[in-house]
Structure formats: structure tokens, C-alpha cells
Unconditional design. Sequence first.
Length: 326
Amino acid sequence: MTSRRSFIRKGSMAFAGLSMAKYSSASFSSQNENNYPIVISTWNHGLPANEAAWKILSEDGHSLDAVEAGVRIPEADPKINSVGFGGTPDASGKVTLDACIMDEKGRAGSVSYLKHIKHPISVARLVMEKTQHVMLSGKGALEFALGNGFKKEKLLTSERKSAWKKWKKEKRGFSNEINVENHDTIGMLAIDKEGRISGACTTSGMGYKLPGRVGDSPIIGAGLFVDGEVGGAVATGTGELVMKTMGTFLVVELMRNGMSPSRACEEAVKRISKKIPDYENHQIGYIALNKSGVYGSFCIQPGFNYAVKTKNKTELEDAESWLKTL
Ligand code: SD4
């Protein structure tokens, strides 16, 4: 039986063969037609997020607008406890958000440790478009957002507040339980009809983290990396492992050197397994999309899934894992 992964590998090899041969413009455009537009994103909450992105992609919009619109869906959803409004607070009961965005031209924007703003991804985009900087953090990021018309809002829902109070009483550690809620950071990659790739990543980070902690999600090259000539990758899971190995930059560089997206994600997970002694206690999931519209994924533990949307397909796929049992 042909597994999904071997199918993807074959797909990418087929394209590699195509690019070596002298292809006609007709064969190139049929590759475009098959694979663009496409959007992929992490976890179950990727399904509704992809729909919002698809609305823009299917109307020939830019992938940058698509990924921003896509991840705003879980950011605004109070039932999703790992992103934006309704996100899990830090140990002191405050919700602090991390997000970043990157486009095919290599432009990037990011916010970290941002409080009170429901849509950190849109603030990250403004940092990219309106400033000379890549990242704004904490109070400065909040002031920048408020100065640009964002509204200050209460992000801690009563449900999350009760859960935090219970956690405090029980004196448990960080909320690092693997796949426990089966939804987590949303990372999204999209290629539009013109072949332009963009990515976005947004999260409330590790539940009950130390106040001040910033994870991988707003770090370009860790939680997200896009190179318009190669492709992009995003990460979910315990950010510290991704930061120590520059995970998504590594995935994109491996793709640049000829690996398929799924093989590149696998290598980046293997790198973690070599470098980080207690990696078995953590989950990391990578998804990647190359410039040709071929996608792939890999994770440490079974249980990580991601949503895919193309003209012909709307589905959740399970990522292959390095460890075979949880
Ligand atoms: C972080 N990678 O802050 C993010 C959140 C996440 O499982 O995906 N946690 O580490």
C-alpha cells in the first residue's frame, strides 16, 4: 500500500525530476494548477482557520492576507485554550501572547509577551509593514498596538481563570502534557495562485509558564520560517526544544538542499532527539510546504495532526512520529 508519506515523497521527487528536465511552460503551469493555491495548518483548529484563508486564496488574494485571516479564527475563539482570546494564562494568571508572520519576500514581523490584544498576528503584521524592526515585545508591543487602533481587551475567560485557580491550588508544574487537548499553537503556511508563500504562527504559549517566558512561536527561524524561493515551515509543541535547534530554519534549509518537506521535518525532529536529552517527555510537530506546493510533516510523539486545504481536498492528516507509542 502506498502510504501518504511515500506518496508525498514521490510527488516531490516527481517535481525534482521535472525541474531537472527542460520543462515546457505548459508542464509548469499544470504543476501550478495542481498544487496552488494550498493552505496547511496545525491541529484540528486548522480546519476552520484554513476555510478563512481559503476564502482569500480562492478569490486570487495574496497568501499574506490569507494566513493572517486564517489564524485570526482561533485567536478569536474562546474555546481554543492555546491561542489568543481564551488562551491559558501564565503562572500569575495573565494571558500573554506570541505571534509572527513572514512573506515570500522575506519580510517578517513579530510580537512577544503581548497582553490584552486579541489578534497578536495583526499586530505582528503591522510591525512588519510599519516599522524598521522585526519584533516588539511586552509593554512596547502593547503601546504600539494601542497606538495603531487596536482595542485593549480582557483575554482571560472565566473558564480559564477557574482552571488556573485549580492549577494553583494543586501546585502542578507547567502545562506540558503531550497532546492533552489535541489543539495547540496554530501555525499556517499558504501559497496563493501566483505562487507566493507566506506563513503565520500565533499562541498563548505553554500553559502556566513563568511570567516573562517567551517561546518559539514569535521567533523567526524557530516557530516559523519562510523563504520565497524554497518554501516554509512552522512548529508546534514545547518551544524550548525548537528554539535550541532553530527548527523551522533548519527544515527550510534542508528543503533548499533537496529534501522533501516530510523528510526535512523528520530530520529536524531527529536533530532534537540527538541534542535534547529529555526530548521523549515533549511533543514537537513540524509542518512544511515547498515552493511547488508539496507538503509534509513529522513529530516526536504520535497524536499530532494538521489540516490541509486545496481545490480538491479538505482534510485532517496525521503526522508520522519518531516515537511510535505515547
Ligand atoms: C510555545 N510552541 O510557546 C509554543 C506553544 C506550543 O505546546 O505549541 N505549546 O512553546
